[in-house]
Design a protein around this ligand. Structure first.
Ligand SMILES: *Cc1c(COP(=O)(O)O)cnc(C)c1O
Length: 391
C-alpha cells in the first residue's frame, strides 16, 4: 500500500517576479464562492459585468471584448488564428521573448512574417516600423506594449499611422501593461489587444482578456478559411459571450469570479490612481537599486513601471541570489531569459504587489543577498527609497 498523499500546503510567498504576481485576498475569496452553471442566469449577469468592466479598464467601446479561457499566450494565439489566414503578410516587432513568440505563432498560422528587430532592452523606434512597412502591404502589424522579458515599454502613439500606411490592423500585447500602465485601446486606434490575469490584474493565471475593433471583427467575418483553432475561434466564442448564449466550451466559472473581482478592484481604485501607484513604487525601487549599485537594463524613458530588469554585477551568481531571496525571505524575483539569462534579474511590482512595503522588503532582501556574495552597497538603499517617496 502506498502512503496517502499529503494535503496541499503551499507556502505563502511574496511574488515580485515577472508574474504570477501576488493575488489580492478578495480575489481568492471570490474564487471560492459557489460554482454556478455556465448558463445560469446569475452567471450570465456576472459575464455581462465582466465585459462592461473589461471595456472600461481597456479604454474601449468594442463589442468584441471578453476574456479567453487560457493564459496570456492563449490571448496571443486567439489574435493570430482569427486575424491571419495562410499566406498573409504580417509585420512583428521583436525585442524580447514575447515579440519572438508572436512571430512564431504568426508563422504557425501560415503567415509570411517580417520582423523589425531591436536589441533586447531598447524600444523599437516607430521609424523602424515605418521603414519596414514602406511601399508594402501587411495584414497585421504586431507589437508588444510591455516587454516583460526586458522591462521595455513601447510607445504606441504613432504606430496607428504606420499601420494605416501599409493597410494593416494594429495588434498589441498588453499582458503586463493592463492595470499597471495606461492602456487606451480606442484612443490609440488599436484593432486587437490581449492581456493576462496574473500580472497587474493580480489574479491567478488562467484567463486572457481580449478586445477586437469592429474593423478587426469585420475581417474575421470575411475570412475565406476557418480559423485554425476551434477552441479559440471568435465567431464561435462570440455566440456564448454574445446574446445567443450558445454553449461552446464550459466557461471556467470560478476563474471568472476572480477576474470579476480583479476588474472591480481596478475600477474601485481608479485607473489613474493605480497607474500612479505603480509609478511611485517603481521610482522608489529604482532609487534603492541605484544605492545598492544595481543598474537598470532599460533607459528611464523606455522603462516599464510594473517590471524592472537590473544588470547583475560582475562576480555575482544571480541564481544563488534569487535562491537566497526565496529561501530566506520568501521573496520570488525572476531571472533573465534568452540572451539576458544570467545577466539580469527581473523585479515585478504588479497590481496588489506594488506596495511600499514590498519595495522595502525587496531592497532589504537584495542587500542581504548581495552582502552574502561579498558585494557591499554603495549607499543606503532604504534611505534612497524613502527619499524618493518624500520627493
Ligand atoms: C506573461 C506574458 C505573456 C504570456 O502569458 P502567459 O500567461 O505566460 O501565457 C505574453 N506576453 C507578455 C508581454 C507577457 O508578459
Amino acid at each position: 500500500m502506498t502512503a496517502p498523499y499529503p494535503q496541499l500546503d503551499p507556502p505563502t510567498r511574496t511574488l515580485l517576479g515577472p508574474g504570477p504576481s501576488d493575488v489580492a485576498p478578495s480575489i481568492l475569496t471570490a474564487m471560492a464562492r459557489p460554482t454556478l452553471g455556465h448558463l445560469d442566469p446569475r452567471f450570465l449577469e456576472v459575464m455581462d459585468q465582466i465585459r462592461a468592466m473589461q471595456r472600461e479598464v481597456l479604454g474601449t467601446r468594442n463589442e468584441a471584448t471578453m476574456p479567453m479561457s487560457g493564459t496570456g499566450s492563449a490571448g496571443m494565439e486567439t489574435c493570430f488564428v482569427n486575424l491571419v489566414e495562410p499566406g498573409d503578410e504580417v509585420l512583428v516587432g521583436v525585442h524580447g521573448v514575447f515579440g519572438t513568440r508572436m512571430a512564431e505563432v504568426a508563422a504557425r498560422c501560415g503567415a509570411k512574417v517580417t520582423t523589425v528587430e531591436q536589441e533586447w532592452g531598447r524600444r523599437i523606434p516607430s521609424e523602424a516600423f515605418a521603414e519596414a512597412a514602406r511601399g508594402k502591404r501587411f495584414k497585421l502589424l504586431a507589437v508588444v506594449h510591455a516587454e516583460t522579458s526586458t522591462g521595455v515599454l513601447h510607445d504606441l502613439e504613432g504606430l496607428r499611422e504606420v499601420a494605416d500606411a501599409c493597410g494593416a490592423l494594429l495588434l498589441v500585447d498588453a499582458v503586463t501593461s493592463v492595470a499597471g500602465m495606461p492602456v487606451r485601446v480606442d484612443d490609440w486606434g488599436v484593432d486587437a489587444l490581449y492581456s493576462g490575469t496574473q500580472k497587474c490584474l493580480s489574479c491567478p493565471p488562467g484567463l486572457s482578456p481580449v478586445t477586437f475593433s469592429p474593423r478587426a471583427m469585420d475581417g474575421v467575418a470575411k475570412r475565406g478559411s476557418k480559423a485554425q483553432s476551434w477552441y479559440l475561434d471568435l465567431s464561435l466564442i462570440g455566440q456564448y459571450w454574445g446574446s445567443e448564449r450558445a454553449y461552446h466550451h464550459t466557461a471556467p466559472i470560478n476563474m471568472l469570479y476572480g477576474l470579476h473581482e480583479a476588474l472591480r478592484l481596478v475600477l474601485d481604485e481608479g485607473l489613474e490612481a493605480r497607474v500612479e501607484r505603480h509609478r511611485r513604487n517603481a521610482t522608489a525601487l529604482w532609487a534603492g537599486l541605484e544605492a545598492l549599485g544595481l543598474e537598470p537594463l532599460v533607459p528611464l524613458a523606455e522603462r516599464l513601471t510594473p517590471l524592472t530588469a537590473v544588470r547583475v554585477p560582475e562576480g555575482v551568481d544571480e541564481a544563488a541570489l534569487r535562491r537566497q531571496l526565496l529561501e530566506q525571505f520568501g521573496v520570488e524575483i525572476g531571472g533573465g531569459l534568452g540572451p539576458l539569462k544570467g545577466r539580469v534579474v527581473r523585479i515585478g511590482l504588479m497590481g496588489a504587489g506594488s506596495t511600499r512595503r514590498n519595495v522595502t522588503l525587496c531592497l532589504s532582501a537584495l542587500e542581504t543577498a548581495l552582502r552574502t556574495q561579498g558585494v557591499r552597497p554603495r549607499d543606503d538603499a532604504l534611505a534612497a527609497a524613502d527619499a524618493a517617496y518624500a520627493g
